[in-house]
Write a protein that binds this ligand. Structure first.
Ligand SMILES: Nc1ncnc2c1ncn2[C@@H]1O[C@H](COP(=O)(O)OP(=O)(O)OP(=O)(O)O)[C@@H](O)[C@H]1O
Ligand SMILES: [Mg+2]
Length: 575
């Protein structure tokens, strides 16, 4: 795919409908009309000052009326325009944020596995600045329009002064061009280092328990400080460059002011311009200067925002595999699993080479093998967490690459050693926000032997479990995971080391709750503890990414092969 958005403009086209952009541009156009009217307000002073110099009272009152009308009408329109624009800006920003969430959160798993989440958040935040960028770009257009009008009026009033303004504008433009690209360059560096620093900081926070347990605050501080130092340096360079840019602008404009004032005084002496012309030109020069400085400031901001957005885009929109197909071939029809000639390489390391496997609906299969044999990776591949090199994987008769991930994952329920928990109530962690009846929840709690525990809690189901469930014991966490799986009732269950690291009493309770869970389900149970495999119909033994044995526990024990070896070794170790 080569059509990744690379610039803020590309992103604009990707995120916003044509209609929305048209609406935005209409408002900008309206703004242009308003500011054109307002630009003329200074010229109307001429109708006030010249009659005054001629002592023409009627002319003066006419001029005053005209001035009040232009200014009043102009400001009323400006008020209206601001109101519409602010409302539209908020709508615009909200569409961008929603896009961020809906689009990036649904990226394939690989992306999140290989990026620090803090970095992703920081980059997403940079994309939020698209609205600001667009606003500034459009404000710049209006400022340019105002500058053109000022040049026109000045030219009309006095051709020489107008000409000097024009020459000056070109000169300034070329002087600034080089400076603005420097700003953009420094902004890219600032954003890249900032995003890395923020990523590290989130990682630090996410692992705060680890930091506390091993008392590695100092080490972490030092680590973070290093990233912070680079970020700080980049920020300072950017700040200095922007400051230099603004300073240049002010200095050059001051020069223009002096030049024009002296020239005008000279012209007045020669009686070539009226006092009204003089006042108008001086006022327009002021306006020209303020607009030019505004343009310069906006230019610096636009370049800065552009750099930030482009650097975030380069990290957020990258070639990824494993996307959902555009059209789904429907949901899995049953829970049959079929793997044909599966080849998978991860980080250049071959994991599976021509792996074949069939698991029938309702079968309960134990998956065993030494650490690193590929058990977890196999299960992850069934759930399309990895993009395979070749071969086919079917779940419920559907090629898993031809259906949407959400449909595929609804077929799977998982209970693993490490129940993932939100820092929220027991209830929320059970239902994860999906709707279930009280009866369903009670049933799940009963089958996982958690009912008494929940009743003993001061706030029952509403009790907060703490960060990653710190207020629960290991066994309780695991049973909560089991209760959740019972509630979600997916037809295929994956149990990854569900009974590891528990005392025998707890293990018994967990074992019973698992038995409740797996009734009428297709099950793949990964286990090191072979005693938990008694209830499985079939056992697969994996070795270096291959299935080396496949049969019932009894058959495999009689065979005295790889499984027998694991079993006897383990009995020595554990019992
Ligand atoms: N993302 C990855 N990139 C590179 N190699 C990987 C990746 N994920 C897993 N592996 C490698 O694949 C092999 C199989 O890992 P896997 O986690 O499937 O083993 P396992 O059988 O589940 O082991 P354990 O019993 O310890 O959980 C290992 O050698 C591992 O280093
Ligand atoms: Mg594993």
């Amino acid at each position: 795919m080569n059509n990744f958005p690379k610039t803020p403009k590309d992103l604009l086209r990707l995120v916003f409908s044509k209609k929305m952009l048209l609406k935005y541009n209409m408002v900008v156009l309206f703004g242009a009309v308003v500011y054109t009217i307002l630009s003329f307000r200074i010229y109307t002073f001429k109708f006030l000052i010249d009659p005054l110099a001629d002592k023409d009272v009627n002319g003066f009152y006419f001029g005053l009326g005209f001035l009040i009308f232009v200014v009043g009408f102009g400001y009323f329109l400006e008020f209206l325009e601001r109101r519409i624009r602010v409302k539209l800006s908020v709508e615009f920003a909200s569409i961008m944020r929603k896009f961020n969430f809906k689009h990036i959160i649904r990226y394939p798993y690989d992306f999140f596995a290989s990026n620090l989440s803090g970095k992703i958040i920081s980059d997403m935040r940079n994309l939020d600045y698209l609205e600001m960028w667009y606003k500034r770009v459009n404000s710049q257009k209006i400022v340019i329009l105002e500058l053109l009008i000022i040049l026109g009026i000045t030219f009309y009033t006095n051709a020489y002064v107008g000409l000097s303004f024009i020459v000056f504008s070109f000169l300034l433009y070329f002087l600034f061009k080089n400076q603005t690209s420097k700003i953009k360059h420094l902004s890219v560096i600032n954003n890249t280092t900032g995003s890395t620093f923020k990523g590290r900081m989130f990682d630090y926070l996410g692992n705060i328990s680890l930091v506390r347990l091993f008392n590695i605050y100092k080490e972490e501080d030092r680590n973070l400080e290093k990233y912070h130092e680079t970020y700080k340096k980049a920020s300072i360079s950017l700040y200095i460059q922007k400051h230099k840019f603004n300073l240049y602008g002010s200095f050059l404009l001051l020069f223009l002011e002096l030049l024009v004032t002296f020239y005008m005084i000279h012209l007045i002496k020669l009686n070539l311009v009226t006092i009204g012309d003089f006042s108008v030109i001086v006022m327009y020069m002021n306006m020209f200067n303020s607009r030019f400085l505004r343009f310069v400031r906006y230019e610096a901001e636009v370049r800065d925002l552009q750099g930030g957005i482009e650097s975030a885009l380069s990290r957020l929109f990258v070639e990824l595999h494993n996307y959902d197909p555009a059209f789904s071939e429907g949901v899995p029809l049953n829970s049959n699993i079929r793997v044909e000639n599966l080849c998978l390489t991860l980080s250049n390391k071959p994991i599976f080479n021509n792996l074949n496997l069939v698991i029938k609906e309702g079968e309960k299969v134990g998956l065993v093998g030494l650490s690193g044999a590929g058990k977890t990776t196999l299960v992850e591949t069934l759930m399309r967490l990895h993009s395979i090199d070749s071969g086919m994987v079917f779940v419920g008769e559907k090629d898993i690459t031809k259906i949407k991930l959400a449909e595929l994952l609804d077929t799977f329920g998982i209970v693993d050693q490490n129940t993932l928990l939100y820092n929220d109530s027991i209830e929320y962690n059970l239902t994860l926000g999906r709707k279930f009846t009280d009866k369903q929840i009670n049933n799940a709690l009963k089958k996982s032997y958690l009912l008494d525990f929940v009743k003993d809690q001061p706030k029952g189901l509403k009790t907060i479990v703490g960060e990653r469930g710190v207020r629960l014991s290991g066994g309780q966490k695991q049973r909560l995971g089991i209760a959740r799986a019972i509630l979600f009732d997916a037809p295929i269950l994956i149990l990854d080391e569900a009974t590891a690291s528990l005392d025998s009493k707890s293990e018994e309770v967990i074992q019973s709750s698992i038995e409740n869970l797996i009734k009428n389900k297709t099950v793949i149970a990964i286990a090191h503890r072979l005693s938990t495999l008694d209830i499985m119909d079939r056992i697969l033994v994996m070795k270096n990414g291959e299935i080396v044995e496949d049969g019932s526990q009894k058959e495999l024990l009689n065979k005295k092969g790889a499984y027998y070896e694991l079993y006897t070794n383990q009995n020595d170790k554990f019992y």
